[in-house]
Design a protein around this ligand. Structure first.
Ligand code: F2R
Ligand code: MG
Ligand code: MG
Ligand code: MG
Length: 306
C-alpha cells in the first residue's frame, strides 16, 4: 500500500525538525556560540543544517530526473552549499572543490584517502525511501549511487543503506510500533555485514526486545553518538523505534541527552518517527521554510513511481 501524504510530510518534517531543533544542543562551547549566531532566521525561526539541505537536494534531483544522476546531484549539493549550515569538514571541502570545477570522483577522496565514513550519506536518504518505497532493490541501488557522490567508504554506504531500509519499512508497515520494530530489526540483521554495524545491531535489538530502556548516556556510550555512520545510524534507528508511540518532544529530549552529533541523530530518528506517525504531531513546531518542506513532500508523494 502506498504511504499516505501525511507520512511523506511527517518523514521530511520529522527530519528537518530533528535537525533544526537538535543543532543548538550540539557540540562544545564554541559550536554553541556559533550556532546562536547563525541558528535562527531573521524571523526567529529555527534554521536547519546540512542534513536537511542535502536531503532537499536529493529530493530536487529525484523530482527533476526520476532517479539519481550522480553528476547532477554533485552539482546540486555544490550549488546549495553554504558554510553556515555546518557541513562535515570532508564534505565541505569536497563541495568547495566541485564549485571550483573538480570532478566529484576524484575530489571525494581529498580529505580521507579511503573515502569518508561520515554519516553525511545516511542523513539524507529520506527522499530515496519516499520515492522508491515500493521497490527495495532499486532503493538500495539508488541509495548507493546517491551516497557515492560524497562518501566512498563502505561503512558510509552501509549506514545509508541501513537507514534507507529502516525508513522504507516504517513507511510501508502500517502495524503498531512493536510489530514495526521487529520488522526493522529482522531486515537490518539480514542486510548488514560490517562488524561495526552487526555488534551495535545485536545490542540495540537486545535492549529493545527486553524493554531495557537504558538512559541516553548509556546508549551514547555503547551504540555511539558521533559523526561516523557506524556510531550514529543504529543509535538513531534504536531511538526512533523506542519512541514510535511517544510524543515527538520525548524523542527530541532523548536525542539531546545523547549529546554528540545531536542534529543528525535527531534528523535520522525524526525521519523514521514521522514516516510512521505522519505530520499531525509536528504541526506546533516552528521551522525555517516549513511550507517548502511540506510542498516537496507532497510532490514526492504525487510523483513517486507506484
Ligand atoms: N560536522 C558536523 N558537525 C561537527 C560537530 C560534531 C559534533 N559536535 C560531535 O561532537 O560529534 N555536522 C555535519 O557533519 C556530519 C556529516 O558529515 P559528513 O558529510 O559525512 O562529513 P565528513 O567530514 O566526510 O565526515 C564526518 C566526520 O567523520 C570522520 N571521518 C569520516 N571519514 C573518516 C575517515 N576515513 N577517517 C577518519 N575519520 C573520518 C571525521 O571526523 C569527519 O569529520 C553530520 O553530523 C552533519 O550534521
Ligand atoms: Mg548537520
Ligand atoms: Mg553535527
Ligand atoms: Mg550532525
Amino acid at each position: 500500500m502506498k504511504p499516505s501524504r501525511e507520512q511523506y510530510r511527517g518523514c521530511l518534517l520529522g527530519l528537518a525538525l530533528g535537525d533544526a531543533l537538535g543543532a543548538p544542543r550540539e557540540g562544545g562551547w564554541l559550536e554553541r556560540r556559533l550556532w546562536r549566531w547563525v541558528g535562527t532566521t531573521r524571523q526567529g525561526l529555527p534554521r536547519w543544517t546540512d542534513d536537511t539541505q542535502m536531503t532537499l537536494d536529493v529530493a530536487e534531483v529525484l523530482l527533476r530526473e526520476g532517479e539519481i544522476h550522480q553528476d547532477r546531484l554533485a552539482a546540486t549539493f555544490a550549488r546549495h552549499y553554504h558554510w553556515s549550515r555546518g557541513y562535515g569538514p570532508g564534505t565541505a571541502r569536497l563541495l568547495r572543490r566541485i564549485r571550483r570545477g573538480a570532478a566529484w570522483q576524484t575530489a571525494r577522496t581529498a580529505q580521507f584517502p579511503q573515502g569518508s565514513y561520515g554519516n553525511g550519506a545516511a542523513m539524507r536518504v529520506a527522499p530515496l525511501a519516499l520515492w522508491f518505497h515500493a521497490d527495495p532493490a532499486t532503493l538500495l541501488l539508488q541509495t548507493q549511487l546517491a551516497a557515492e557522490v560524497t562518501h566512498a567508504h563502505p561503512l558510509a554506504l552501509e549506514g545509508a543503506e541501513a537507514m534507507a531500509l529502516a525508513l522504507q519499512t516504517a513507511l510501508t508497515h502500517s502495524e503498531d510500533g512493536p510489530t514495526l520494530g521487529a520488522a526493522v530489526w529482522a531486515q537490518l540483521q539480514a542486510y548488514c555485514t560490517a562488524p561495526e554495524f552487526l555488534s551495535r545491531l545485536a545490542l540495540a535489538q537486545t535492549w529493545w526486545q527486553g524493554q531495557a530502556n537504558p538512559p541516553p548516556p548509556w546508549v551514547a556510550q555503547h551504540l555511539g553518538h558521533g559523526t561516523a555512520a557506524h556510531t550514529s545510524v543504529i543509535t538513531a534507528i534504536y531511538v526512533a523505534l523506542c519512541h514510535l508511540e511517544a510524543d515527538f518532544l520525548d524523542l527530541l529530549a532523548f536525542v539531546a541527552g545523547l549529546k554528540g552529533d545531536v542534529d543528525t541523530l535527531g534528523a535520522m530518528a525524526g525521519a523514521i518517527w514521522g514516516a510512521h506517525r505522519g505530520a499531525a504531531g509536528l504541526t506546533e513546531w516552528p521551522l525555517e521554510r516549513r511550507a517548502e518542506v511540506v510542498a516537496i513532500a507532497d510532490q514526492l508523494h504525487d510523483h513517486a513511481p507506484v
